[in-house]
Design a protein around this ligand. Structure first.
Ligand SMILES: [Mg+2]
Length: 203
């Protein structure tokens, strides 16, 4: 069925939503502002510039300073999850693995280190800022194939964002598995699991 497994990072292996909420709660007491900021952030898909231009003035900070502080502190809100580390280590016993993540190099590498996944993936990490292309652009998927030597038709990509992860991977000729997180969508050209723990049954 497949011979290599590539993972998305945020909200697939790591609970970015929980980490972002923790960052906000650490920063402000106003629950309405925390909720509004979570909306504005759109799971990280709003650019950091746009987000901090909106958020910083509301807490009396300067956007650039606030963003710089976020970039250096956000990774510390990610903690190792032993069950998920075990899951990916287990997958790695049977398949070559890699991680492909959209985002800035410093933040994504910081999250990998804070969560312990840096040791699980080793050198097999592809960050879009480093590659110079962002999912769903197929160039970033092609860069993984080039770097790893995987056969794209036998590589499965596992991610939570339908457009960026699932459509992006399939457009690059990969197989795909959508981590639905309870959302619904009906299609039979890809696998669906509700959370990453569902991977146990798929592999
Ligand atoms: Mg994701």
């Amino acid at each position: 069925m497949f011979s290599a497994v590539v993972f998305d990072l945020d909200n697939t292996l790591l609970d970015r939503s929980a980490a972002f909420r923790a960052y906000l709660n650490n920063k402000v007491d106003d629950h309405d502002l925390v909720d509004a900021a979570i909306q504005k952030d759109d799971n990280g898909y709003t650019t950091r510039e746009d987000f901090f231009a909106w958020f910083a003035p509301q807490i009396g900070e300067e956007p650039k300073t606030c963003q710089a502080e976020f970039l250096s502190t956000f990774p510390s809100f990610f903690k190792p999850n032993e069950d998920r580390l075990t899951l990916v280590r287990k997958v790695a016993e049977s398949y070559p693995i890699a991680c492909l993540t959209n985002g800035g190099s410093r933040t994504q590498r910081g999250k990998l280190t804070a969560s312990g996944f840096d040791l699980v993936f080793g050198d097999h990490v592809y960050v879009s800022e480093e590659v110079g292309a962002w999912k769903p652009d197929r160039r970033v998927f092609d860069a993984v194939i080039e770097g790893s030597g995987f056969d794209p038709t036998k590589t499965i990509y596992i991610g939570d964002n339908f457009q960026h992860d699932i459509q992006g991977a399939m457009n690059a000729g990969w197989q795909a598995c959508w981590v639905s997180l309870g959302r619904e969508r009906h299609a039979d050209d890809h696998f669906t699991i509700e959370t990453i723990e569902g991977l146990w049954e798929l592999l």
